[in-house]
Every structure is written in structure tokens, then in C-alpha cells.
Design a protein around this ligand. Structure first.
Ligand code: SF4
Length: 361
């Protein structure tokens, strides 16, 4: 095992890729090589808005700007913002008194707002408006005396934030198993809500199990799983049955990206892999492969997808067919604290976040 480089803190030795000819010699490819490219993929309006928020805050308030947690779950985005002067911290107590801190797109609980106020931090809240919608629902239903089953992944920042709105009446349900065993105090005044980035199908399975046990369970007023998650899963469902291999660009801590890999496998892809960068693609995955599906999570800039497409082209997959299942034109205003500063400084270059506002950075 070549652990020496790691233990000595030396950079890893770059891997030499096998050539296209070597890969093709390893296994016969039946049929023409092609790529099915999911559309929509990549940046959603909430992520674009959050990233612009940090960029504009750096530009107008100057570094350092602190950001609680990863602004969005993507290594490339976080590293790029760090280079520009953003400092990512886990908790607000790591931020010096009086400094500026941005809350990430995943949202925070009221307790975090409180801590920030107690330490005189200047805050900008980049919580996605669709996450805020779920927070408001939790508050409203708790005030109305309802008990809440929050479907989502324990420990995910978004779930921590929503749970924190009404902890005394909320129980997190992670999966079907927990749906079978969860205990409630008030089955006749019960509501389910969910994390915004779950698998649509899996969530419905969980709800079915809950409803069998609690027939009076009430739905959220509108879908909590957001449009971006739903649309990216729909595109993957369309291309997966035709793909020998699906490559999803996204980080392992990105819930919606991980769900895309799972959905691809559920819908018939022979293999599905998650990569942060093109350099993580292993050319052995191409052995015997005619059709490669490509998509990316909602926190992934398209430049990273383009690098994967360039790599695929080197291995003969240059024929790219878009698989379009939806058009997206959602836009969100930047956080109000930032808008005020942009107005003051006469900057009206970016007041909205969303696809089309910045397609390829
Ligand atoms: S994935 Fe959905 S909820 Fe999350 S930031 Fe994007 S639009 Fe908002």
C-alpha cells in the first residue's frame, strides 16, 4: 500500500491514464459511442443566489467574510470562494465579535440567529427561499398545535435548521424503517414536511408507510422537495435506462447529487458514479461502454461538467445528445441585507440568482 506519500505530507503521484486504444482493447464496445446529457442539471436558483451573495459581499464589504458551513455543498465552489477571501467556519463562535457572517443556502435554526446576535455579528442570510418556506411551514403548524414528522437525513444542515424551528413538536424520519416505528403523541393532528433535496420516489414510499399507520396525516401545503431536485431527478430517470454508465458531477456531502446516483441505478443505469472533478473519472469505467449519461447536482457549476465532457471526448464519446425534460426560469432576489448595500454602492449588476443569470462559472 502506497501510504508513504500521504504520511509524509507529499502530494500524490499523478495517475497516468490508459489511452483510448488500451481501454477499447480491454472490452468490446457494442454500438456507437455517445453521451446523453441531462438538462436541467447543475446550478439551481438557490445555489446561484448563495454563491453570488458571498461574491458580492466580498466585493462590497471586503474580506474577510465568514461563512457558516459550506455555502453550498461543492468543493470547487468552496475552494474558489476561499481563494477570494471567504473563511468557512463550522459555528458562529469561531467568528470574531462584530465580524460579518453569511448563513449558507441550507438554512439555520433560530438558535443560530440568536447566537450571532449575542456576539454582535453582522449577518447575511443566504438561506434558499425554498428552504425558508419549509421553516415557515414548521413554525405555522407548530403554532397551530400540530405535531410534525420531518422526512430527511439526520445531521444534514437543512434538517437541523428546520428541526430547530419547532424542536418540541418535530421528529425526524430518516427512512422507511423509521417510518414503521416512529412514535407520535398526536396522530390526529399530524403533518409531514421534508428536506428539499430528497429522492421524490423514496419520500413518497416513506409517506405511504406513515399514512398507513396514521391515516389522518396531513400533507405539506405544496411540495417541499424543490423544483430543482425534482427536475434533475426527472432528467436522470429519462436517460438512465439507456445508459451503460452514468457520471454525476457533485460532492459526496451534496444530498441532491448523491440522490441522482441512486436514482440512476434505480432506473436502469448499469453503473453510476459520483465525481467532484473530471480527474476522478476512472477510464476503466469506459470498458465495453457505448452510452454514458452525464448530469450534475444543484450545487455544481457547469464548467466542471464541461471538463468531464472533454475527457469523455478524448475516449471517443464526442457525440452529445441533450436529454431535456424541463425548462427552468426561477430567479430569486439576493438577501435583503446585501441588496441594501448594493443599492448604496450603486451596483445593479446582479440582484437576482438563478439559471441564465450566470450559466457557466
Ligand atoms: S436545491 Fe432546491 S432548496 Fe436547495 S438551494 Fe437549490 S432550489 Fe433551493
Amino acid at each position: 500500500m502506497s501510504t508513504a506519500a500521504v504520511s509524509l505530507g507529499l502530494p500524490p503521484v499523478p495517475r497516468v491514464r490508459r489511452s483510448r486504444e488500451e481501454v477499447e482493447a480491454a472490452a468490446e464496445v457494442r454500438g456507437p459511442k455517445r453521451v446523453l446529457l441531462a438538462e436541467p442539471r447543475g446550478y439551481c436558483a438557490g445555489v446561484d443566489r448563495a454563491v453570488i451573495t458571498v461574491e458580492k459581499a466580498l466585493e462590497h464589504f471586503g474580506p474577510p467574510i465568514y461563512v457558516r458551513k459550506q455555502i453550498v455543498h461543492n468543493r470547487h465552489v468552496v475552494e474558489t470562494l476561499e481563494e477570494r477571501g471567504a473563511i468557512f467556519v463550522e459555528e458562529t463562535d469561531e467568528v470574531p465579535e462584530g465580524a460579518m457572517v453569511i448563513f449558507s443556502a441550507h438554512g439555520v435554526s433560530p438558535a443560530v440567529h440568536q447566537e450571532a446576535a449575542e456576539r454582535n455579528l453582522r449577518t447575511i442570510d443566504a438561506t434558499c427561499p425554498l428552504v425558508t418556506k419549509v421553516h415557515r411551514e414548521a413554525v405555522r403548524f407548530a403554532k397551530a398545535g400540530q405535531e410534525i414528522l420531518l422526512i430527511g437525513h439526520d445531521g444534514h444542515e437543512e434538517v437541523e435548521g428546520t428541526y430547530g424551528e419547532a424542536p418540541e413538536v418535530t421528529t425526524v424520519v430518516n427512512d422507511v424503517e423509521e417510518a414503521r416505528t416512529v412514535q407520535v403523541k398526536n396522530p390526529d393532528s399530524l403533518r409531514w414536511l421534508s428536506q428539499t433535496t430528497l429522492s421524490v420516489d423514496e419520500t413518497m414510499e416513506i409517506v405511504e408507510v406513515l399514512r398507513e399507520r396514521f391515516p389522518n396525516l396531513q400533507d405539506p401545503p405544496s411540495d417541499d422537495i424543490c423544483y430543482a431536485t425534482t427536475n434533475r431527478q426527472s432528467a436522470i430517470k429519462e436517460l438512465a435506462p439507456r445508459a451503460d454508465l452514468v457520471i454525476v458531477v457533485g460532492s459526496t456531502n451534496s444530498s441532491n447529487s448523491v440522490r441522482l446516483v441512486e436514482v440512476a441505478l434505480q432506473y436502469g443505469a448499469k453503473r453510476a458514479e459520483l465525481v467532484d472533478f473530471a480527474r476522478e473519472v476512472d477510464e476503466s469505467w469506459f470498458e465495453g461502454v457505448a452510452t454514458v449519461g452525464v448530469s450534475s447536482g444543484a450545487s455544481v457549476p457547469d464548467v466542471l461538467v464541461q471538463e468531464v465532457l472533454d475527457l469523455l471526448a478524448e475516449y471517443g464519446y464526442s457525440d452529445v445528445e441533450p436529454v431535456v425534460t424541463a425548462e427552468e426560469d426561477i430567479l430569486f432576489s439576493l438577501p435583503k441585507e446585501l441588496r441594501a448595500k448594493l443599492r448604496e454602492d450603486g451596483d445593479d449588476s446582479r440582484v437576482l440568482g438563478g439559471r441564465g443569470a450566470r450559466p457557466t462559472t
